[in-house]
Each structure stands twice: as C-alpha cells, then as structure tokens.
Write a new protein. Structure first.
Length: 466
C-alpha cells in the first residue's frame, strides 16, 4: 500500500516541505519543495500547487512549533494510566503557568513509570492564539496537518537513526535549541535567541557555555556536536571546532538521495510523521484543534460499513436474546432446586432470600460452634484448667471469662504487678496460646490488689499460627 509522509518546515521568510513516498513499507522517492514568497499564505499556496496529487487518507503531515512559544513543565502523577494523565493534565498545569490554562492547549509525552506506582511526564502548554494562527493558515491552504509537534522534540523523534547520542544544535532565524541526546532520547535542552547571533563573540560564548552545561555529566567523554538548520553553517562549525569539540553538519541520505542541509529539518519532520510512537513526541492537534473533515472522503464507504455493522449487530442481538431466554429458564430451574435443598437442610428457616449467601452464613455459624466444642483450638475446659494450675504462691481471682473463636478475653485480680508478670510468663510457656496481651492493668485505690485485663490468642483454628 502506497503512503506519503510529509514534513512542513515553516520559517519566518520561507517554507520548505519534504515528501517521502513509501511502497509496501519501503521508501522509494523523496520530493523537496520550497517557497520564498513574502507571506506565509502565499508560500503554502505555492507548495500546495507544486505538490503532485491530492492528499489521501493514508498521507501523514507533520509540522513543529518553535520551542519559545511553549511552557514546559515536568510533572508527576500518582497513577500510570495515560487517559487519566491527559484528563488531569490541564488541572496540574494550571497552577504552574503565568497565563490562565484555559487560554492554552496542553500535551504530554508518553509517561515514564516509576517504582512508586506513579508516572513522570514532560508536559507542554501552548497559547491557543499561536495554534490558531498556524493552523488557520495551513487549513486554509488545504494542508491536512495531523501532527503539530514542538521543537526540538519533533526533530529528535524523526532523527534517532542519524543522531542518537551527542549534542544537537538546531539554529534558524527564530531561535536556537541545544539538545542533549542519549540513546535516541532528548534528556535536556537549552533555548537561545535566533541563530544570527551565534557567530558573534557573545553569542558563541553563550552557545559554548550551554554545551558545556549539557555535557558536564559526560565526564571525560566529549560528545559529538551536530549542527542543523539554515543558520548552523560552516562558519559556526569552524568556530566550535576551535574549542576542541568534534563538530558535524547534520546530513541525511534518503532513497539514495543526499538531503541538502537546508531541507534536513523538513525531512526530520517527515520522518516524525512516519514514527508511530516516540518518547520524545508531542501533538497539539487535539481537542478543539483536532483535524476535522478528513473522514468525509470515506463517507460512502463508512455508510456501507455502518450498514454491515448494523446487520451484524441485529443478528448478534437476536442470537443473544435466544440464548438469554434459554439461560434464564435454566437459572429458574436451578433456583427452585436450590431453595428446595436449603429447606431440606435447614427446615427451621422461615425466610429465604439469597440461598448461596444464606448457606454460606449457616455453614460459617456451624464452624464457629464446632470450634468452641471440639475444633482445632483448645477447648474451654483445657483453658480453664491451665488458668487454675498456676505455680504455688500466685493468686488469680478470675472476674470475667470470654471464650470465643481464636482468642480468650479475661479480667481478674492479683496481689501485685510482679504477680501479674509471673502469671503472664507462666501462661506464655503454655502451648495452648500463641500470643497474649495485657490490655489493662491498674492498682486498686487501697493498694491491696491489681485489676487487669488479658487477651490470649489460642493456638489452632483461628489463631495466629494458621
């Protein structure tokens, strides 16, 4: 199947477009178009006329906004679902922007999962006025722009094959971005004024300072500096090389054709359009700015598909109704049998509402009763015998005795706190108990006895050693 991926590099004085034609997944042809007419609308109209053929559903067109128009914020969310992250993004960004978030469109890169079951994302917000200006011109010229990314992320997303590690300097008349790349990912970047200032002593000094800041973590390793953009010329490469850095002009070869340096950004955007998923990607073509009207080209096919789907749904629903009625009759029969079995098993029952739940409750009650008489936990008489067989000299006046599944609660009196400690030590050595806790102990007002409460955990069924 034939596909086209187009990159639209919109500058202040010219617009360039790269068109990549694919046949059965293989790049077969490259088209490079440029317009230098005075106004953007005229440039886009000229490119639209020069482009061979009309746009098709399989075409994908990408462009990039300048980095300076966006507000970038790193965010962290206590969940990992990207749908929830996108829903919460405007609220989280609202308190971090110098302008109302209602005046912006927000977007986020794919989430980076953390060990704390949370997610970190790099988020961006762009004023709606910026989007309205750019998309208004492209829509008016007939360009179905599916992807509107952000520099320098859009370039990195399309150029991982040619530039995966190093420093990428993208310079044009609008701005200069200095990006640190590791394993094809943008890990950090700096934003500087337009590229025309870079060859001045002050501009070169600023650029070198930002490059040193980004390469500080590299240690002795000196990463290669890649230059891209209309003002990242040989003069700038020569100036940077004097500092001992390895500098390369960004080059690209597609379909056997060498891409001129001025068209490399447009080609990178075309490759960004071809990339299905990328961790460096944004897309502000969403919400009220989502691409509309493209589905109209398939209107007839959609109607036929909808009719077929409707027919299939009717058949499936009819089959489901028949199956449901058969299952319902089986359920009624089983329900009647269950009620009858329950009445036979528990003839004293007067109200039957939910047979399974009532059966489970009755069985649970029977187990609890059986555990009190002869279950796995020690019996009542055995526990009482242990309590009464204290060492000589210890007195225990038992006031309350509450024996239940898993534990025994008792209240009593003894002569002193020391006697209480000796009683608990004695009981702790018994194999009948897996734990004990003095929940209350206090001396009487006349100082002649100690009143206490004790919680004993029984061994066996219901105890802690299950």
């Amino acid at each position: 199947m034939a596909k086209r991926f187009l990159g639209l590099d919109i500058g202040p004085h010219s617009t360039r477009m790269a068109v990549l034609d694919y046949e059965q997944g293989q790049l077969t042809r490259v088209q490079l178009l440029e317009s230098q007419l005075p106004e953007r609308a005229a440039q886009l109209a000229e490119l639209r006329t020069a482009l061979e053929g009309d746009f098709k559903i399989g075409d994908h067109l990408a462009a990039a906004l300048p980095a300076k128009v966006a507000y970038m914020r790193p965010l962290e969310f206590p969940f990992r679902d990207m749908k929830k992250i996108r829903a919460a993004l405007p609220f989280e960004m609202g308190s971090r922007l110098p302008i109302p978030v209602e005046e912006c469109v927000t977007a986020a890169q794919p989430a980076i999962l953390t060990e704390e079951n949370s997610a970190r994302v790099m988020a961006a917000a762009v004023p709606k006025t910026v989007l309205q200006e750019l998309l208004g011109s492209t829509d008016a010229a007939g360009f179905p722009l599916q992807i509107l990314d952000l520099a320098p992320f859009a370039y990195v997303a399309g150029m991982s094959e040619w530039c995966s590690d190093g420093i990428l300097v993208v310079a044009n008349a609008v701005e200069t971005t200095v990006s640190c790349l590791e394993a094809g990912k943008l890990v950090d970047y700096r934003l500087l004024p337009g590229g025309a200032e870079l060859t001045t002593p002050a501009g070169l000094k600023t650029l070198q300072r930002e490059i040193r800041a980004l390469t500080a973590k590299a240690g002795d390793r000196r990463p290669t500096i890649f230059l891209m953009g209309e003002t990242a010329d040989e003069e700038l490469a020569g100036q940077l090389s004097k500092s001992g850095q390895t500098v390369e002009q960004m080059s690209m070869r597609l379909a056997g054709e060498e891409i001129p340096a001025t068209f490399v950004p447009a080609a990178a955007l075309a490759l960004r359009a071809a990339a299905k998923e990328n961790d460096n990607a944004f897309n502000f073509r969403s919400g009220e700015f989502a691409l509309k009207g493209e589905w109209q080209k398939l209107k007839t096919s959609l109607w036929i598909s909808a009719a077929m789907v409707l027919t299939i749904c009717v058949v499936l629903i009819s089959t489901a109704v028949v199956n449901y009625q058969a299952k319902a009759r089986q359920i009624d029969t089983l329900q009647t049998e269950m009620v009858e079995l329950y009445r036979q098993t528990f003839p004293e029952a007067t109200t039957i509402v939910d047979v399974p739940l009532q059966m489970q409750s009755a069985l649970r009650d029977l187990r609890e009763r059986s555990s009190l008489i002869g279950g796995l936990q020690p019996g009542v008489l055995t526990v009482l015998k242990t309590l009464s067989s204290l060492p000589e000299g210890l007195e225990l006046d038992l006031q309350e005795f509450d024996y239940g599944p898993g534990n025994v609660r008792l209240a009593g009196r003894t002569l002193s706190f020391d006697a209480l400690n000796r009683i608990t030590e004695h009981l702790g050595r018994s194999t009948l108990f897996t734990g004990m806790q003095v929940t209350d102990a206090k001396m009487s007002l006349d100082g002649t006895r100690v009143d206490f409460r004790l919680l004993l955990t029984l061994a066996g069924e219901g105890g802690d050693n299950d």
